[in-house]
Design a protein around this ligand. Structure first.
Ligand code: B12
Ligand code: SF4
Length: 437
């Protein structure tokens, strides 16, 4: 008998029970270094929205082991963002290491186990669509490890939001699964709303993805693309330096060398929720604001915004001592499907103002798609198909529309060549553009 086959037969004689004990798996996860852990079945309705995607990456998946890793609070709170970033990276790496150790233990026992990254690397060829393999937040919520706060981060009942999340996918069915916690640790104090320099977090829980992403992720993904294009467009070093300061070039080098640096994460820094965290806020609210929130609000720094965005207006009004820098964020549609998906991520509520209109988009050519986009009371609704009546109907060749969005062709030219046709008041198209700067 081949030696590998023989060794395999010995291992199989100690085969795993068909249903594994959750208690034992918990001990394994804690010994691998996790700070808390919970379990979710692949069939849990809470993760139904991405069940197929998880199975596409890990076809053996039966259970998800969700775990949290604590971050040192004072690093995250410091106005020195290098201190916050070293902690984000340190704990991020440790999260992947814990997932790796647990998956190894399971593999050594004869189970099939794997883990998607804590954050990066992602499936970058999918850009600009969803690149991550698994959303750790909904898994952690289903695993009873916390609830999403107003700022859309998971708050652990004890550790607060000073945690990063990891998940290990395993082919074992478990004898018991976790349940979401009943109470949300979020205090709705809205300190995250007040601290965010870009106005990305609405007091009603709305999240302006583009605002957060343009500033906080300036040295990641689309921000990086914008920097590369700035270099490509600069004919001389002098013209490059007119657009990018020396400090920004050094910062980009630092991000490339040591891991990309977040510019803010102030929502996490100021959050007082969680048993271990709340004391300082509850005992001395004024002192907490003075030592944790004020230094971040008062910090003089550059805030990156897209021109004519809600974020640009917000920074100028709310934080006049911070300087605004207009940049591109690389969020451009490479397909009509991406255009449709990106609408809700890029929608600017305040810019929409009192606009009330229904748009029908009929795309033909390389990509066929019908879309109904309704804007009313600062809210956006996007539906597949042409529903009801429209105030403006846009019939367009898919390629021509994408060229127009990428500013590679003018609207006038596309209208003259009949690649784009409008039926209704054309001023509504200008109003539409204002909502998606
Ligand atoms: C996409 C993403 C982002 C996006 C969107 C944030 C968001 N609210 O989801 C951006 C780039 C803005 C971001 C920012 C940050 N993130 Co983030 N991010 C992720 C990621 C990869 C997936 C998020 C997710 O679960 N989405 C699914 C649904 C359930 O979330 P949602 O809020 O309902 O939907 C939003 C996103 O899906 C997004 N979206 C939808 N389609 C697309 C397409 C593309 C291309 C992109 C980029 C986004 C996007 O828009 C939706 C509305 O905001 C996870 C890692 C992972 N693999 O899970 C980390 C994660 C959520 N991030 C994390 C952290 C720490 C941050 C930052 C603090 C980073 C920092 N150091 O500054 C900020 C916080 C901003 C905030 N208040 O949310 C932690 C959160 C930990 C916790 N306690 O909950 C995670 C879980 C990483 C980890 N392993 O710990 N992040
Ligand atoms: S800062 Fe306040 S409102 Fe924001 S998530 Fe934390 S507890 Fe909730």
């Amino acid at each position: 008998m081949h030696m590998s086959v023989e060794a395999h037969e010995i291992q199989s004689s100690a085969a795993l029970a068909p249903v594994f004990e959750a208690r034992r798996l918990r001990e394994m996860a804690l010994s691998a270094g996790a700070d808390d852990v919970g379990f979710v079945s692949i069939d849990d309705p809470a993760i139904r929205f991405e069940r197929e995607e998880i199975l596409a990456a890990f076809p053996f998946a039966k259970s998800l082991v969700s775990f949290v890793m604590r971050m040192n609070r004072e690093n995250i709170r410091s106005p020195a963002r290098s201190a916050a970033n070293v902690e984000f990276h340190r704990v991020g790496d440790e999260t992947d290491a814990v997932a790796h150790r647990l998956a190894r233990m399971l593999e050594d026992m004869g189970a099939r186990a794997a883990y998607p990254s804590m954050a990066f690397p992602m499936e970058a060829q999918r850009w600009p669509a969803k690149m991550w393999v698994l959303s750790h937040k909904p898994v952690a919520v289903a695993a009873g490890l916390g609830r999403m706060g107003l700022h859309r981060n998971v708050i652990h009942p004890k550790f607060g939001n000073f945690i990063l999340l990891g998940t290990v996918v395993v082919d074992l069915a478990l004898d018991s699964y976790s349940r979401p916690i009943d109470n949300n640790p979020c205090l709705t104090c809205k300190l995250c709303v007040a601290a965010c320099p870009t106005g990305a977090i609405g007091p009603d829980g709305a999240f302006d993805f583009a605002a957060c992403y343009t500033h906080n992720y300036r040295e990641f993904m689309g921000g990086f693309m914008d920097w590369v294009e700035t270099i490509a467009d600069a004919k001389t070093s002098l013209s490059y330096r007119e657009k990018v300061s020396d400090a920004e070039s050094v910062s980009m080098w630092q991000s490339l060398a040591y891991g990309p640096n977040y510019k803010a994460a102030y929502c996490i820094a100021v959050c007082p929720a969680g048993e271990d965290v709340i004391g300082a806020y509850r005992d001395d609210r004024k002192g907490f604001l003075a030592s944790v929130v004020d230094p971040l609000q008062k910090k003089e720094e550059t805030i990156y915004v897209t021109p004519n965005s809600d974020a640009e207006d917000y920074v100028k009004r709310r934080f006049p001592h911070k300087s605004v820098k207009r940049v591109a964020n690389g969020m451009r549609a490479s397909s009509i499907a991406a255009f449709a998906r990106g609408l809700s991520l890029r929608f600017q509520k305040k810019r929409a103002g009192d606009l009330r209109a229904v748009y029908h988009f009929a795309f033909r050519g390389a990509e066929r798609k019908d879309l109904t986009v309704a804007i009313e009371n600062g809210r956006l609704r996007v539906d597949e198909g042409l529903i009801g009546g429209a105030d403006l109907r846009i019939s367009a060749d898919a390629e021509a529309w994408l060229r127009f969005l990428r500013k590679e062709t003018s609207l006038l030219w596309a209208l003259l060549t009949l690649e784009i046709r409008l039926r209704g008041d054309p001023r509504l198209l200008v109003a539409f553009g204002r909502c998606f700067p």
